[in-house]
Design a protein around this ligand. Structure first.
Ligand code: ADP
Length: 629
């Protein structure tokens, strides 16, 4: 028996013998047979008994089998029993008459009497088995319907937009999400093309994706879609072809609304660009390092100051590449130190190897979780400022020294004149042959030397304002060369002058400039005891290399006086222009300070580059007066 739960059967037959036969026939099957002679009575009990099958004689005490079957079939109260298998027994006459009709309505069987026990058992067994199968089918169908409903519900109300397309790319199915996303009624879009849904601005790009899907390849892409109220909606699509028996039948896809995400990405991008533009437009250099001390970024101004490009320098160790001096570098790379921002001064080495003075501020770089992830160093190039400070300081010193020197010189000059006059008077009174005259000659010589010295003092202390005239540089140098030629030959010094004839004239006091070159070349000779080379080079430059124009003159002649001598120690570079600074035993230390002063008076500039053991180069910028011609 396939139906385990319901083994009850109602038999309606007024014939007690048949009832007896029926019971016996089914005895071994374990079926509980309830016998009735009246159809009405059976109907009274049937809802209570809930039989698995009803067998009825066509003629009962009160109603015929047809009426009974129709009541079961059509009366509401018996509906819960459906589908209750009913079979009728009768003679052939009744079956002929009503059979077709009742079978059409679902009568399960109609058998003619007389029936033996074996036949009864077979019939009932079949009925119960078929009922089992029917019941099982019914349950299966219900199960299928339920799961289909579940699946449809899932699909229809999914948070993603789910759709299928036919092979022409037209919508076959769209879930409810479509209407939320696009603002359109989804039924209006059945049969419309997928391409039409894509925002016109993205159609060309998406067209190529769609072609690939039609060639059987799955694609993932992002696109804007059309919206009923023209809202901007971004969707991330994932579409796969539907392939059946090797041919592409269409495609199915999922679309996810990424509008918010896009907006956020856009905002983040805008914020990033905004920050970037602030960083790049800052007047200060900005450098960031991580906790290992490696450089992570450098802005444009920082690139300008250090000479390094951000790309070249990122990932390299800050302290070994820029060689900061006296910087508390270790605290910058300590994870736990939380320094209050502080400002200091230091020097860095640029890409070209030049030391640059910088003023810098250091701040911890903190991430979103409040953890220190690196350090931000903002810095400014102080080289120019430092130079200006040094220069101001020097000019100040020169001026006060000048006043002092001229005062002393003046005081010495008068007694010196007295000594000289007295010596001359004595000389006149002493005979020519007297050996004491020699003393007086010596006194005179020493006085003359002192006098020379005083002249130098005066040249420095009370410079004459330059009498500037346009004159060629070569003619100035041609006056100087003969004075030094002898010494140079003696010390085996080669002299080269690279001055083009076509160079413009310079607007200078020729005599003072002769003094400048004389002093510079003499110093060069002093620096080359063992021979060497002096080169004088001149070029026309349209702008000062050092600083913006100081006067109305904007065009310059750059003259370089270079030697291959001993060079100047780094610690002296800043002091060589100071008066009385000398490293020579018989030096006065005034030569370069006079040079400096003269160049200053000419609105020019002078600076020096030197390397111990290799040589020295003095650079002079002189206004050409070219814009006055
Ligand atoms: P002096 O020549 O009397 O020493 P200067 O003012 O001319 O005074 O020079 C100052 C110092 O600068 C020199 O003593 C020397 O040490 C240094 N100096 C100047 N020119 C050169 C040079 N071309 N090479 C090396 N050292 C130089």
């Amino acid at each position: 028996m396939s139906r385990q739960g319901n083994k009850k059967l109602i038999l309606i037959d007024p014939d007690p013998e048949f009832q007896q036969l029926f019971r016996q026939a089914l005895d071994s099957l374990g079926i509980d047979v309830l016998c009735y002679a009246s159809g009405e009575k059976a109907l009274d009990d049937i809802m209570h008994v809930k039989p698995g099958c009803v067998v009825s004689e066509f003629i009962t005490e009160d109603m015929d089998g047809r009426a009974f079957f129709q009541k079961i079939l059509y009366e509401k109260e018996f509906a819960p029993l459906h589908p209750l298998p009913v079979i009728l027994f009768s003679n052939e006459h009744f079956r002929q008459k009503h059979g077709n009709d009742l079978f059409d309505s679902g009568l399960r069987g109609w058998y003619t009497k007389p029936l033996g026990a074996h036949a009864i058992r077979e019939i009932i067994l079949n009925i119960f088995m078929i009922s089992g199968v029917i019941q099982r089918n019914k349950e299966l169908k219900q199960e299928v319907r339920r799961s289909e409903y579940r699946y449809r519900d899932l699909l229809e109300n999914a948070t993603d937009f789910i759709f299928t397309l036919d092979k022409n790319g037209n919508f076959v199915f769209l879930n409810n999400r479509f209407s939320h996303l696009s603002g359109y009624v989804k039924e209006d879009w059945l049969g419309q093309s997928f391409q039409k849904l894509i925002h016109p601005g993205d159609r060309i790009r998406i067209g190529s994706h769609y072609e690939m899907i039609q060639q059987g390849r799955a694609r993932v892409f992002e696109s804007r879609i059309c919206h009923n109220e023209n809202e901007q909606v971004y969707v991330s699509f994932s579409i796969s072809p539907i392939i059946d028996k090797g041919t592409i039948q269409g495609a199915m896809g999922i679309g996810r609304d990424i509008t918010e995400q896009q907006k956020m990405e856009q905002e983040i991008l805008e914020l990033k660009n905004f920050n970037e533009s602030i960083i790049q437009s800052m007047e200060a250099g900005l450098l960031t390092i991580d906790l290992d001390g490696k450089i992570t970024s450098l802005n444009t101004v920082g690139e300008k100051i250090t000479g390094w490009h951000e790309k070249e320098i990122t990932g390299r160790f800050f302290d070994t590449i820029l060689l900061p001096e006296k910087m508390e570098f270790s605290s910058m790379t300590t994870r736990f130190s939380r320094l209050p921002p502080y400002s200091r001064e230091t020097t860095l080495t640029s890409k070209s190897g030049k030391r640059i003075s910088i003023g810098y501020t250091v701040t911890d770089r903190i991430d979103n979780a409040g953890k220190k992830v690196g350090t931000i160093i903002s810095f400014r190039d102080m080289t120019e400022l430092k130079q200006m400070q040094t220069e101001l300081f020097r000019m100040d010193r020169l001026a006060s020294l000048g006043v002092l020197a001229s005062g002393i010189a003046h005081e010495i000059k008068n007694p010196l004149a007295g000594i000289k006059t007295m010596a001359q008077a004595c000389e006149e009174e002493i005979d020519n042959g007297d050996p004491r005259r020699e003393y007086l000659v010596r006194i005179g010589k020493q006085v003359n030397r002192l006098d020379e010295l005083l002249k130098t003092f005066f040249a420095y202390a009370r410079p004459k304002p330059p009498d500037r005239k346009l004159c060629p540089l070569s003619s100035i140098l041609s006056e100087v060369f003969p004075l030094l030629n002898k010494r140079m030959t003696k010390q085996q010094i080669r002299y080269t002058q690279k001055i083009s004839e076509t160079l413009p004239k310079v607007l200078v006091d020729a005599q003072q400039m002769q003094q400048v070159f004389l002093n510079l070349i003499m110093n060069a000779i002093d620096a080359m005891d063992k021979g060497g080379e002096i080169t004088i080079d001149a070029n026309f430059i349209s702008h000062s290399r050092i600083e913006p124009a100081r006067s109305e003159d904007t065009r310059y002649m750059e003259v370089i006086v270079k030697d291959t001598g001993s060079g100047i120690a780094e610690e002296f570079i800043d002091t060589i222009f100071d008066p009385f600074f000398t490293t020579k035993s018989s030096g006065l230390g005034l030569g370069l300070s006079i040079v400096y002063r003269i160049i200053e008076e000419h609105h020019g500039r002078i600076w020096v580059e030197s390397e111990i053991g290799k040589g020295t180069a003095f650079f002079i910028e002189l206004p050409t007066g070219a814009n006055q011609e």
